[in-house]
Design a binder for this molecule. Structure first.
Ligand SMILES: [Zn+2]
Length: 215
């Protein structure tokens, strides 16, 4: 191979290339992994492939958003149009005085995995972004305010990302919620556990100092 020339890439037949391309669009999957996965699928049995295609087909058709928090719930086969509440919202052991606002369902599940948070959730389905044209009406803010009519709710924790858009979203929400007489708090941002402090960037370090707690 000549210096500077692009490495030779043999072209795959169209049906195979299509699968590689579809997989490559998934987050965290590069061309190499996509190709490896496509070969794996090619060599799998029909039954193995059917498990995957079947699961993908029902991914959206059998799921509906929770009526209260927008988490995903399995559709009631007997009554497919009925609005349902998720297992968290239905759980009588949850603390109904605290609501944590997250951008997406993935964050909800990350928090759930820790088993530390026992309150309720509200999924915004995004964050405000003037650049991407995401205005308040595109998020589940109206639904959040409706929920806050419940006098049982005493505190709202804003758990949007520590990015410019995430911070702007938190600020916007706090201005709407505080006048309702509900306590508003922001999650603390800090240093990843297990990381040497000298490797932490300044902004993260300052945020960690700001978010300090009594010891
Ligand atoms: Zn729910």
């Amino acid at each position: 191979m000549e210096r500077g020339s692009r490495p030779y890439r043999p072209a795959f037949p169209e049906p195979f290339a299509r699968v590689v391309e579809a997989l490559r669009r998934l987050p965290g999957i590069g061309s190499k992994t996509a190709t490896r996965l496509a070969f794996h699928l090619l060599l799998s049995s029909d039954e193995e492939r059917a498990v995957l295609t079947g699961a993908l087909e029902t991914l959206t058709s059998q799921l509906v958003p929770c009526r209260d928090c927008r988490n995903i719930v399995e559709r009631d086969p007997g009554n497919p149009e009925s609005p349902l509440r998720c297992t968290i919202c239905r759980d009588p052991a949850r603390d109904r005085a605290i609501l944590i606002v997250v951008e997406d369902i993935q964050t909800l599940y990350s928090l759930e995995k820790s088993r530390e948070f026992r309150g309720l959730y509200h999924v915004l389905e995004g964050r405000l972004s003037p650049l991407e044209g995401i205005s308040p009406d595109k998020l589940r803010i109206r639904e959040l305010l409706d929920r806050l009519n419940d006098p049982e709710i005493k505190e709202v924790i804003l758990a949007t990302s520590p990015t410019t858009d995430g911070e702007a979203t938190a600020l916007y929400l706090s201005r709407l919620i505080k006048p309702l007489g509900i306590r508003v708090s922001r999650i603390a941002f800090g240093i990843p556990v297990g990381l040497e402090i000298e490797y932490v960037d300044e902004i993260t370090l300052i945020r960690a100092v700001e978010g300090r707690h009594p010891f």
